[in-house]
Design a protein around this ligand. Sequence first.
Ligand code: 13P
Length: 289
Amino acid sequence: MALLSTTPMLEIAKRNKHGIVAFNVHSFDSIFWVLEAADELKSPVILQTTVGTVKSLGAKNIVEVVTAAADHYNIPVGLHLDHCTDFEVIKEAIRAGYTSVMIDASMHPFEENVVKTKQVIDLAKSLGVNVEAELGKVGGVEDDIVVAEEDAQKAVPEECKQFIELTGVPTLAPAIGTAHGIYKGNPDIDFERIAAIAKLVDIPLVLHGGSAVPDEDVHRCVSLGMAKVNVSTELKNAYSEAIRQHFIDEPDSLDPRSYLQKAKEAAKEIAKSKIRMVGSEGKVIPSFL
Ligand code: 13P
């Protein structure tokens, strides 16, 4: 199937009270096994790349590979640009065929975030491309964006409402206590804040920092309106750990297929568990099948 805008995908998911996982992919092979995992569970899925991945693989190449791979399956697939601060890279991604982009201007004051988000909406909306923005500041490390624990800031519910009215943004990532990367303890998710935001706004919300969040916490977030759940670190860990273990067991191994296959299997298991966690297994609407 052709790639879909993530706006309707996420609106349908929110209406049907399940989430959709957006998996960060960092290599061409990961595109294939994330889609394989989603297809085996008949689940909608979003593939997303950071700016670093766009720079290393090329936006056009990524779109061509994702489009060709998605064509093998009858599941809804969206392609999203994660955490982008650079308008030129956003334009490049949209021109190449990304169906969703994130303008991350959360490091700027509210008014500037509004202006920068509106600039992207003006470009993306007429082309049917989804836009995601962030309010508050999600802590942790994602590519080149580093937010120290003490600088993380939760989103203010009234500001979320005002931001959506001013920009018309179709999806919003409010910082609510999760962080990018693996937590030292359990994340301190502010469920009351999510509920307060969800009371004021009715667009799909986005949960960043989805790795290592207990399943029951994710269920609660999804039930409160978090329709897109981002997962990166756990996939990278599973993939890299399988390769590391392979070379401990077989230090003289030379055939990339042997360790890439192990890495794929390990990461695919994680992908499937995350799809089940957000409740999107079997949630391909019948007309897609
Ligand atoms: P994790 O690396 O914690 O899974 O976060 C991913 C993310 O939110 C990407 O934007």
